[in-house]
Design a protein. Structure first.
Length: 167
């Protein structure tokens, strides 16, 4: 009747298991194996994005396989999985990410599989992308180039760009 409360304990101690004379050590090892198997098969929780606050000024390059949200000022290149540029943010350097969401200001090249300029975005530089979305009200000065692999600087432009006749 009271064993149910012991099962729900997050981390049972050996002292709690010791009063049971009928509990052999083999089942305890089996329980540990089951727990580790459960942990191995369970999906890992995605860590939250690293946030650079509005009062932070960074000089230098940043590189991560995770997500970054910038609200402050960065003078340097940024490489990430998901990069969100906040409305108060200013980036002076190259931005490379799988997904780039721009709400603030970037002075430099943007490379991304998916690039999105919101209505508050201000971009001065070239954008190299696989897909792009530009909301009404966004300011953009530079060129846009579609590539199948925009994260690779040596990649060639997509054939669809050559199909358009020159104006």
């Amino acid at each position: 009747m009271f064993s149910k409360s012991k099962i729900n304990d997050p981390a049972p101690t050996k002292d709690a298991d010791a009063p049971k004379p009928a509990a052999p050590q083999a089942p305890a090892a089996s329980t540990q194996t089951t727990s580790s198997e459960f942990k191995a098969s369970a999906p890992k929780a995605k860590p939250p994005a690293s946030v650079l606050s509005a009062d932070l000024h960074v000089t230098g390059n940043m590189k991560t396989t995770g997500d970054i949200q910038v609200e402050g000022t960065v003078e340097g290149d940024i490489r990430a999985h998901l990069l969100t540029i906040g409305e108060t943010a200013t980036i002076k350097g190259e931005v490379v990410a799988d997904d780039v969401v721009i709400n603030g200001r970037i002075v430099g090249r943007v490379r991304g599989l998916k690039v999105r300029l919101t209505s508050t975005a201000r971009v001065e530089g070239d954008i190299i992308h696989k897909t792009i979305a530009i909301e009404s009200g966004a300011h953009f000065e530079g060129s846009v180039q579609r590539q199948d692999d925009p994260l690779n600087p040596g990649a060639k432009a997509a054939p669809a760009a050559k199909a358009n006749p020159a104006s």
